[in-house]
Design a protein around this ligand. Structure first.
Ligand code: SF4
Ligand code: SF4
Length: 327
């Protein structure tokens, strides 16, 4: 069986080739590089380096593993096609294994994963979505090709250059880890301790954040600087509250008290409806969603804190923790 034909891999050799084939002009390409440098909080002097790296680099082989998840992270990735920045993701990588997106199934899919690992030993990236049932849990909770999820993760990352935990379930355990956590669900970083691991939480994660982490890796050979939770500071350094479009109302003590009162209709602060924006770190307020159309708080829904550890168990949703004190 010819495995490569059934994988997601394309014959294009470099990222520059891939972008040229898509008709991306030089001007548009440089604009994307400038935007990326800005998102990554890099100086404009970094743009030539990013441009050179993206033009010349061979697209890294990526093995994408999915465990206990809802498919929202992959949905977010595949719905990114409308935005040139987000669309860039699939041109940055050679997606050699993704069991939901690839045409191959069964043994052919397994062979594609093993071939990608062998051909790119030491250089491929493993991207993971979903939490992993703990090693002490019944392995029957989740298996792929007869192997428990933790075995599969550790086997796959053994020769990886780095690991990207995409989405809150992979980064922090997410919903599968919520009490009473019947599967003993773990975050990727709980199990992978001998490789660089970058966490890109969010439920789902913002596609441009995934692109940003990959661009930095390609330009500098390393993931961006991380915070204490393993998240890139460029995207998770500020809180939702820091850049919220309702912040002026918070500062003036103008709060909605129900979802249909006059304050809600006037776009006032959602703190008293349980908004976790002040303690949640993510880039939703600046990058926004759906090609910049809007974002949850902008649309009238409190931030639920999806990109923080303990999402689900930390507090009850829609309930103010009191105070909404000035910050
Ligand atoms: S509490 Fe929530 S709605 Fe209010 S300003 Fe902060 S992030 Fe925005
Ligand atoms: S606004 Fe808050 S809950 Fe909503 S996606 Fe952003 S970080 Fe997650």
């Amino acid at each position: 069986m010819h495995v490569r034909k059934t994988s997601c891999k394309t014959p294009l050799r470099s990222i520059g080739d891939s972008l040229s084939a898509r008709g991306v002009s030089r001007r548009s390409f440089l604009k994307l590089c400038t935007t990326m440098a800005s998102l990554l909080a890099l100086p404009t002097s970094a743009v030539p380096r990013i441009a050179a790296a993206l033009e010349q680099a061979k697209r890294p082989s990526v093995i994408w593993l999915s465990f206990q998840e809802c498919t929202g992270c992959t949905e977010s990735l595949t719905r990114s096609h409308a935005h040139p920045l987000e669309d860039l993701i699939l041109h940055l990588i050679s997606l050699d294994y993704h069991h939901k997106l690839q045409a191959a199934s069964g043994e052919a899919a397994e062979e594609a994963r093993l071939a990608a690992m062998e051909d790119n030993a030491g250089n491929y990236l493993a991207i993971v979505d979903g939490a992993v049932p703990g090693p002490s849990a019944n392995p029957g909770f989740s298996t792929v090709a007869g192997h428990s999820n933790d075995q599969r993760l550790l086997e796959t990352v053994a020769d990886a250059a780095g690991v990207i935990a995409v989405g809150t379930c992979a980064a922090f355990g997410g919903l599968p880890q919520a009490s009473p956590n019947p599967t003993g669900a773990c975050a990727v970083m709980d199990l992978v301790t001998d490789k660089p691991v970058v966490n890109l939480p969010g439920c789902p994660p913002i596609p441009a954040v995934i692109t940003g982490a990959l661009v930095h890796y390609l330009a500098y050979g390393a993931f961006p600087e991380l915070d204490d939770e393993g998240r890139p500071i460029a995207f998770y350094g500020d809180s939702i509250h820091d850049h919220c479009n309702r912040r002026e109302h918070f500062d003036r003590r103008r709060f909605a008290n129900s979802f249909d009162d006059e304050g809600a209709k006037a776009g006032w602060c959602l703190c008293k409806l349980g908004c976790r924006g002040p303690t949640t770190h993510n880039a939703c307020a600046t990058l926004q969603w759906n090609d910049g159309t809007s974002w949850p708080v902008g649309s009238g829904h409190p931030c639920l804190g999806c990109s923080e550890p303990g999402f689900w168990d930390r507090d009850r949703f829609y309930v103010s923790r009191g105070g909404c004190a000035r910050r």
